[in-house]
Structure formats: structure tokens, C-alpha cells
Design a protein around this ligand. Sequence first.
Ligand SMILES: Cc1cc2nc3c(=O)[nH]c(=O)nc-3n(C[C@H](O)[C@H](O)[C@H](O)COP(=O)(O)OP(=O)(O)OC[C@H]3O[C@@H](n4cnc5c(N)ncnc54)[C@H](O)[C@@H]3O)c2cc1C
Length: 289
Amino acid sequence: MFDSKMLTSFAIKSSLSKYSNMKIGGNATYLLAPQSVSDLSSIVKEAKTQNLEIVPVGGGSNILFGNVGNRVIILDAYLPKIFQVDKKVVTVSSNIKISSFIDKTMQHGLGGLEFISGIPAHIGGAIHMNAGAFEKCIFDYLLWVEYVNLKGEIIKIDYNDLEFGYRTTSLQDFIVRAAFKLDKKTKKQISADREDIISKRFKRHPYDYPSLGSTFKNPVGMFAGQLIEECGLKGLQIGDAQISEKHANFIINRGNASFSDVTKLIQIVQETVTKQKGIELELEIKVIN
Ligand SMILES: Cc1cc2nc3c(=O)[nH]c(=O)nc-3n(C[C@H](O)[C@H](O)[C@H](O)COP(=O)(O)OP(=O)(O)OC[C@H]3O[C@@H](n4cnc5c(N)ncnc54)[C@H](O)[C@@H]3O)c2cc1C
């Protein structure tokens, strides 16, 4: 077992729904919030010893929690926050929110990540997912990443040694720090670009309800939302989960949606799109069940 010190210091007794932007989730056996990287290392090492899977949680903007069983859910929220600037290079801890990163780097006349403004994510989650929008991705600006491996060791890896693709990376361990090389940009320009991106998002996406962003990845040369809409599924509702009327690739929680409401909708979408279009939609969101 996790030793009692580890559990009493860092265990959180609350529903996982608090840590997912979808506001769905029950209780976890192990919901831990380390307050230092060395505590995180101990937790990860212990989980490995006990053969338990770890699940890092950042902003929770892409995670749907089901029955998490004995998985060790680890929040980044209480780890120390780091933000350092050296010329155009910015080094940050993984638990910095994207909005805060853009605010802070703007004060130094540095920009670049404005294209993901409005995403309720943390830096670590955004790197793990290789978050992107408007034909750019976070890896375009990445220099290196530091992570805690399953042995509890802290490893630094250079951009050139990482593999990444559309919403995927080779990084499967707990990311704790990263460095980015940004562009010199005026505060005025960064602010204008950010406002422009946020206003486009508010026009296209259903920000008035909890969601996890795009549910499915776009198949090559196509848009998942368009395929779902063409199959007549826009607005379909099961319980309180609904395929958004505003953007068919978003599933929203209209109040008290359950895990199974959402997964039933996902199944209907996948089956219908395969039947009508001959295309298999792949999940973008991470379902922990
Ligand atoms: C309204 C809305 C709009 C969105 N728009 C976009 C968009 O335009 N583009 C886009 O790419 N995504 C978008 N998303 C999805 C989501 O914001 C991204 O996938 C984001 O990268 C997830 O970051 P997070 O910190 O919330 O990660 P989480 O949801 O906490 O986790 C996502 C995955 O990353 C892993 N993870 C989290 N932190 C770490 C860490 N420190 N180390 C290792 N792994 C970690 C988790 O285990 C999980 O597998 C949107 C979501 C919402 C709600």
C-alpha cells in the first residue's frame, strides 16, 4: 500500500467530477496531490511497485472519468509553480494554465501560443496532447520537456528526441517542466491576436456548458463535426449529455449527465458515422474507465 504519510499528506477525498471540465466522475481510491516533485517521484515509484497505472491530471479539459478502479489519479495543481524567462526562452512548470502562460509571457513582449487561447488546459496536459488549433500546435514552440519516469527518476528530453503527431506524443510519463522558444511580439499584437482567437472560439464552440472540446479527431481531409452533422446527429440527447447544436463534435453536459450518457452518445456517433459514411471516428478525449 501507499504508506500512510503519503496518503495523509496528499490524498484528497472528493469527487473526480471536480477535476474534469465535463463535471462527471465519482470517487477514486487514490486521488493524490503531491506538493513537490520529489513527492511525485515517490508516488509514481510506489504505483509502479504495486503495478498500478498512474493518471496525471492537469486542467481536466480532455478527461472523462468513469470507473477509475485502483488507478492512481495524480493532480498537478499543488506542485510548485515555475515561470522563468531568459531572452526568448520561457521555462515553466507543467501546472501553469495556458491563459496564465499567455498573460505572463505577454508582459515580457513574447508571444506564440495565442492560437490556443481559450483552452482551459495546463501546459503539461497541452504538451501530452500536443494541443493545437488554426494549423499550429504547441510542439512548434517546444525546446525540451522534463518528466518523472515510472522509476521515479527525473528525465530531461530534447524536442528532437520526441515523436509527436496530431493530438499525440511519445510522452507517456508525468511531465513536470518544459521550455519554449517564443517570438518577440508587442503586447498590443499579442492581446489583439488573443482576443481574435477567443472571439472565434466563442462563435463556433458551446462555451455555455461543460465539455471536453472536440470529442473525436478529424479524419484526414475531413471534419468530424461535419460528418456527425451530415448523419443527422446534431442535438441528439441521452440523459443530460447532448451533441452540441452549435458544434457537432462537442458533447456537452446540460446538467447532470452521467458517464454512461456520454459513452452511449459516443457509441451511437461512431456506429452511425461508420454505417453512413464508412469512416471510423477515433476518440480525441481520454476516457478513464
Ligand atoms: C472548450 C474547450 C476547447 C478546446 N479546444 C481545443 C483546441 O482548440 N485544441 C486542442 O488541441 N484541444 C482543445 N481542447 C481539449 C483540451 O483542452 C486539450 O486536449 C488540452 O491539451 C488538455 O490539457 P489539460 O491540462 O486539460 O489535460 P487533462 O485533461 O488534464 O489531461 C489530458 C491528457 O493529458 C494527460 N496529462 C495531463 N497532465 C499531464 C502531465 N503533466 N504529464 C503527462 N500527461 C499529462 C492526462 O493524463 C490525459 O491523458 C478543448 C477543450 C475544451 C473544454
